[in-house]
Design a protein around this ligand. Sequence first.
Ligand code: 4NP
Length: 160
Amino acid sequence: MKTTTDNKKRILFICLGNICRSPAAHAVMQHMVDERGLSSQYEIDSAGIGGWHIGQLPDKRMREHGNRRGYRIDHHARQFDSSVDFDRFDHIIVMDEDNFRNITSQTTDEKARAKVLRMADFFTEHPHATCVPDPYYGGSADFELALDLIEDGCRGLLTL
Ligand code: 4NP
C-alpha cells in the first residue's frame, strides 16, 4: 500500500547498470522539472536491474557528455527492489526491451504491471527509435545519441 498522501508524480528510471542511461535520464528529468519550477510536484529516482555498480557514481563518459549539456549526473547507483519500488513509484520508465521484460517479470499484479512504461513511448523527435540503446560498450556518438533520446523522452514525460 502506498504510504504517501501528496500529489507528487513519482518517476523511477531503470536501465541495466544504473551508471549510464537511467542516472542520465534522472538528471535530465530533474533539470527539466527544476527549470520549469515544478520541483515540488515530482520525485525522481533511478535504479539498475543488476547490482554490479551499487554505490558508484555514473560512468565518467556519461558524466562528461551530460556535463557539456548542463546536466549534473551524480546519482549513486542502486538496484531495483520490487518489494518497495512498485509501491513507491507511479511510473517506472525502462530504457529498452530487456529492461521491460525483466521489470515486468517481477510484477505480481496488474496495477504494478501498468506502471512499467518504455522511454521510447515518449519520443516525439525520434519516431523510429524503439529504445535508448546501451552506450556502455560504445563510443562518444553512442553517449550523445543516448542523451538525445533521453532529452526527447523526458520532454514527453513532462506531459504525463
Ligand atoms: P546502463 O549501462 O545500463 O545504461 O547503466 C551499463 C552499465 C554497466 C553494465 C551494463 C550496462 N555492465 O555490464 O556492467
